[in-house]
Design a protein around this ligand. Structure first.
Ligand code: PRT
Ligand code: ZN
Length: 284
């Protein structure tokens, strides 16, 4: 018995989805143009599909789990379970209008024609904001719609913003922030649930590794107490004596988002030779 995972065949999520599996120790030989592949060292079968189709395949049980952007998940609105955010494929779904048009509030969109591939998310958003606009659904190249007179505004995915810029548009309203998520069918068998939790354990270990750094530093023994208070570590820091008398080497783990603040405090307390190294996997 194998767990079946659906990932995007070719697009912005493909590479990172495969990398995620690989970092979880799962090797897949992805022959180009293949629909399916088998993992060598985990009971996993991989389907390569268009991202838009993945939620439906999971609802139907053709695939057990899958990776898509939250934007696709919400737009398709299928009966599936969201298991875990994956931290890649980050973007926002935003409304943009021609740069030279004034904009004060979302009410300015009233009666405008908005082109989008996300009509379901957009109509819910406009309803919530009590704005009546006309939604014009198109499937691609949404950003050119105002330029060719097809619409007054657009609602599309944005990451760097350069597509908007080069089409003379400005972002005026963020409708949704999105990243890749792991989805699952709601009725997995007991065996498949066990495989999923094994996979999830590995994914979480990778994610916490990414959010933490391993830190090594030298400290005068008389400052060790203060330095250990700054560095909580997983349990507590490791302290090893240096060859030079009166000095120790201190090892610990720090959170990425507290990193700079901690470094400053360590320096103030006499730490020297601070080394910071990435962690590959972290089991807490
Ligand atoms: O063929 P298939 O249907 O599988 O692929 P697709 O063409 O529908 O999707 P794809 O590969 O473009 O994107 C897959 C997923 O990546 C999306 O559903 C999002 O969850 C996520 N993602 C992250 C993005 C972007 N960033 C992104 N910038 N998807 C699309 N874009 C596009 C956007 O539509 C616009 O055309 O990039 C352009 C804007 O980029 P910037 O950097 O110029 O702002
Ligand atoms: Zn798509």
């Amino acid at each position: 018995m194998k767990l079946k995972i659906a990932i995007q065949k070719s697009g912005r999520l493909s590479e990172e989805s495969i990398r995620l599996l690989r970092d979880c120790g799962i090797e897949i030989s992805n022959g180009l143009n293949k629909l399916k592949a088998e993992a060598a060292n985990f009971p996993l079968e991989v389907f390569f599909l268009r991202d838009d189709d993945i939620p439906q395949y999971i609802e139907d049980g053709v695939a057990d789990i899958g990776i898509v952007g939250e934007n696709v998940l919400l737009e398709k609105n299928k009966n599936v379970r969201t298991i875990e955010k994956l931290g890649f494929g980050k973007c926002r779904l935003s409304i943009a209008i021609p740069r030279d048009k004034p904009f004060n509030s979302i009410k300015d969109l009233t009666k405008l024609k908005i082109a989008t591939s996300y009509s379901s998310i957009l109509s819910q958003y406009l309803k919530k904001k009590k704005v009546k606009a006309e939604i014009h659904e198109i499937s691609g190249s949404v950003e050119i719609a105002p330029g060719i007179g097809l619409a007054d505004a657009i609602c599309d995915l944005v990451s760097s913003g350069s597509t908007l810029l080069s089409n003379g548009l400005k972002e005026v309203e963020v409708v949704l922030r999105s990243e890749a998520v792991l989805l699952s069918n709601k009725n997995l068998s007991k065996e498949k649930k066990e495989l999923l939790s094994k996979l999830l354990f590995r994914i979480k270990a990778l994610r916490s590794a990414k959010n933490n750094k391993y830190i090594l530093l030298n400290a005068p023994n008389k400052k060790l107490k203060q330095i250990c208070n700054i560095l909580p570590g997983m349990k507590s820091p490791t302290i090893l004596p240096l060859a030079e008398k009166g000095w120790s080497s201190v090892h610990s783990v720090v959170k990425e988002d507290q990193f700079w603040e901690i470094i400053e405090k360590l320096k103030e307390n006499g730490a020297q030779g601070i080394l910071v190294v990435p962690i590959e996997k972290m089991i807490v």
